[in-house]
Design a protein. Structure first.
Length: 141
């Protein structure tokens, strides 16, 4: 499956600001385990295949939408997801999705609203049995 064809930016008016969109595409989880994918506000710590969400240095966003997709599963695995945001000192859990059915390709999305000036968002993906290819994106205001 290709990288996102229809971006989360298109799903809600006002969230499409290019200065508040970030993604990490094509992270491979080779087997069972935990994979933490971080999208930072600026490019200094952006993972390979990633785009920071506030590269232009505007005000830190506090709310937005996220999307996570996992494809190319290697077997009858389940996938669970936890998403946290931080302002550099406070960490908030903004989503927690329990394990999916075995062998299910997933395309999850959601929204969040905080009082933080967000400096990074973390997707913690837990695969049992085998892994797959993970794509994540966020669009914030």
């Amino acid at each position: 499956m290709p990288a996102f064809v229809r971006s989360i930016r298109e799903s809600m008016p006002g969230y499409g600001s290019g200065s508040n969109f970030g993604s990490v595409i094509g992270t491979v989880q080779a087997g069972a385990g935990t994979n933490t994918i971080i999208i930072p506000a600026t490019g200094a710590t952006t993972p390979t295949g990633g785009t920071p969400f506030n590269a232009n240095g505007g005000p830190a966003p506090s709310r937005g939408r996220w999307r996570m997709r996992q494809t190319a599963l290697g077997g009858a695995t389940t996938t669970a997801l936890t998403i946290t945001v931080t302002d550099g000192s406070t960490v908030l859990n903004v989503a927690n999705i329990p394990a999916s059915p075995a062998s299910a390709l997933i395309d999850w999305s959601g929204s969040f609203n905080t009082d933080l000036g967000i400096t990074s968002i973390s997707f913690v993906v837990v695969d049992a049995t085998s892994g797959g290819t993970i794509d994540v994106e966020v669009s914030m205001t």
